[in-house]
Ligand binder design. Structure first.
Ligand code: MN
Length: 268
């Protein structure tokens, strides 16, 4: 049974009063008073991706995406795949739209676009972070893989790019990252080759082999870790093959990667 002292401490915490005195941090000659115990104003939900057939959920920290990672797609986007170093962008973590296997996810057609494109991609999920990770050790950082869609407001991406402005509005918007469950490496191994495919209303639009990536998943992790320290919970959309294209409301997109269940969404 709790004694009087414990009870009064609990009530103090409940009231957000805190029991420790305010601390003072001195940095660069500037003193800042910091309350030792801060009350959180409101709850911001953590985003999770379910791990297949397990109780575990994977907490998502950041979503990284590589651009133009298949030669034919780089050409269709107007660049020369032989000369370009890899580049990355991010989507907000809450852009994740989880779609369970054997279900059709309703995917909302976004605002502001008249040219809404699909991009089917393999996604790698990291359970280990680091800086300057070597290509040889990079795959040790991958916990699992999933099928994902990098949905894109292509008209806005192009418009902003043409004006030399950030094309975030074309890539990093609400619900722009549909994804299936994670498949741990311990169950499915690594994905260095194999079929990747996307169809719309039963017609195949994108079809390639994962080994056609210009930068492999291991190389992407190594390159990214030169720019940013990576952490557990980071996921990487590894790029899309050629023949990206538009969808309209009512279209059904089916994504396939060998060894994984299909990812299916309907545009609504
Ligand atoms: Mn993409």
């Amino acid at each position: 049974m709790a004694n009087k002292e414990q009870l009064s401490r609990r009530s103090a915490i409940k009231l957000g009063l805190g029991t420790a005195a305010a601390a003072t941090i001195t940095s660069g000659g500037v003193s800042t008073a910091v309350a030792a115990e801060k009350k959180i104003l409101f709850k911001v939900p953590q985003i999770y991706i379910p791990v297949v057939d397990q109780k575990e959920q994977f907490p998502v920290r950041r979503i990284y995406c590589i651009g133009r990672n298949y030669a034919a797609h780089a050409r269709e986007m107007g660049s020369d795949p032989t000369r370009e170093p890899p580049f990355f962008f991010q989507k907000p973590t809450d852009a994740i739209q989880y779609v369970a296997p054997n279900t059709v996810g309703d995917h909302q057609y976004p605002t502001l676009t008249n040219n809404y494109h699909y991009e089917v991609e393999l996604v790698a999920a990291l359970h280990r972070g680091g800086k300057n990770i070597s290509v040889e050790k990079a795959l040790d950082h991958v916990y699992a893989y999933a099928l994902g869609l990098d949905m894109t407001r292509r008209d806005l991406q192009r418009f902003m790019g043409d004006q030399k402005k950030p094309w975030e509005i074309g890539k990093s918007f609400d619900h722009s990252a549909p994804i299936g469950p994670l498949f741990p490496v311990s169950k499915v191994g690594h994905f260095t080759e194999g079929n990747i495919e996307l169809s719309v209303n039963g017609v195949v639009k994108q079809k390639a082999d994962l080994k056609q990536m210009i930068w492999s998943v291991a190389e992407q992790i190594a390159k990214l870790s030169e720019a940013n320290e990576l952490f557990p919970g980071d996921i990487i959309y590894s790029g899309t093959p050629e023949n990206v294209g538009p969808v309209v409301r009512g279209d059904v997109i089916r994504c396939q990667i060998h060894k994984l269940p299909d990812l299916v969404v309907k545009i609504v």
